[in-house]
Design a protein around this ligand. Structure first.
Ligand code: F6P
Length: 358
């Protein structure tokens, strides 16, 4: 067993419901194993600025049910610089922190792998509402955000029905359409626009016109945020105008912004966070680092961070020269299969939404 005396936990990037449950699980499991735990406040910038507090079993009481993150979060540009890393390493040495568990998205994992490369073994836990980490089927926060979207869209439907309107609802996702797709299916949206699938504007407007012609009053159309503009106009606004013009159905736009990042985590997010937290500590104690905890086919496993990051860039079409160097042809084939699996799953669900949402 690798011997760690003191570990640090941080949360970085956009917060996500369930991060607190992960902090609690890591803290209690590590303390139970005789390892001291420090909470780093405000992500990597808190590490650089030495904003660090001891965590005890009691200081993580009554947080499993709370959204946000008790350790606060930040996106830190300085940490990516050599000077920032030098400051972070000095703080780790002064505080005697000999390993770090970082909860967040891909930017957080890049920070964790940099720390590992500089002698502080680190582990990543995927915490983001976007569910945009290709190596894992599920990220902490996704399920809660989905349920929040669903609750709010159910409410929007009431007013859409009363006024016979189509409410175009924009949902966060940062380039990943999963939040919009799942919500759209579960909310019975008449159309769903996501970055992964080309959007057929003519078909969508026709579907809305047909629905109105047979008496459908209220409708919900879902758009993922940050879709490419149409003729220089933000996608959501342009789509709403097209519906209004082509179908004569009255439209309103609703943007579900940061509201979906808050709220009490669902059972599923609390479970995933607790299991990943415990497994992250187990991995560290077994001598594994530079891994990210992933859940695939209901099983939690530790995946090499470099593999996870390269896979993510492959899926997002962002591979740069040399990114695949050092990986075996078997690993590259695994990455391709994973990308294909994810694309096929999204295509299948999208087709399903076509078939049943009308
Ligand atoms: O990654 C989570 C997320 O909420 C994205 O869905 C969204 O695009 C982004 O963060 C918003 O970032 P910020 O909180 O910095 O405005």
């Amino acid at each position: 067993m690798a011997k760690f005396r003191k570990i640090g936990i941080l949360t970085s990037g956009g917060d996500a419901p369930g991060m607190n449950a992960a902090i609690r699980a890591i803290t209690r499991k590590a303390l139970d194993e005789g390892v001291e735990v420090m909470g780093i406040l405000g992500g990597y910038s808190g590490l650089i600025k030495d904003r660090i507090i001891p965590l005890t079993p009691r200081s993580v009481s009554n947080i499993i049910e709370r959204g946000g993150t008790m350790l606060y979060s930040d996106r830190c540009a300085e940490f990516k610089t050599e000077a920032g890393m030098a400051k972070a390493l000095r703080v780790c040495h002064e505080q005697s922190i000999d390993a770090i568990i970082a909860i967040g998205g891909d930017g957080t994992f890049r920070g964790a792998t940099d720390l590992t490369n500089h002698g502080i073994p680190s582990i990543g836990i995927p915490g983001t509402i976007d569910n945009d980490i290709t190596a894992t089927e599920l990220t902490i926060g996704f399920d809660t955000a989905l349920n929040t979207c669903l609750r709010m869209i159910d409410d929007l439907r009431d007013t859409a029905e009363s006024h016979a309107r189509c409410i175009i609802t924009e949902i966060m996702g940062n380039g990943c359409g999963l939040l919009a797709l799942y919500t759209g299916i579960a909310a019975g949206a008449i159309s769903i626009a996501i970055p992964e699938i080309p959007f057929d504007l003519d078909y969508a407007c026709q579907k809305i016109a047909n629905a109105r012609a047979v008496g459908k009053r209220g409708m919900i159309a879902i758009c993922s945020e940050k879709l490419p503009e149409l003729d220089g106009v933000p996608f959501t606004d342009s789509y709403a105008a097209e519906i209004q013009q082509r179908t004569d159905v009255c439209t309103r736009i609703n943007r579900l912004g940061h509201i979906i990042r808050g709220g009490n985590p669902t059972l599923r997010d609390r479970m995933t966070a607790s299991q990943m937290g415990v497994e992250a500590v187990n991995s560290l104690l077994e001598g594994r680092s530079n891994v990210v905890m992933c859940v695939n086919e209901s099983r939690i496993s530790a995946v090499d961070i470099n593999f996870a990051l390269a896979l993510d860039r492959m899926y997002k079409g962002k591979l740069k020269d040399g990114d695949l160097e050092g990986f075996t042809s078997y690993q590259i084939a695994q990455m391709k299969a994973r990308c294909e699996f994810r694309r096929a799953k999204i295509a299948r669900l999208y087709q399903m939404s076509y078939d049943i949402c009308m």
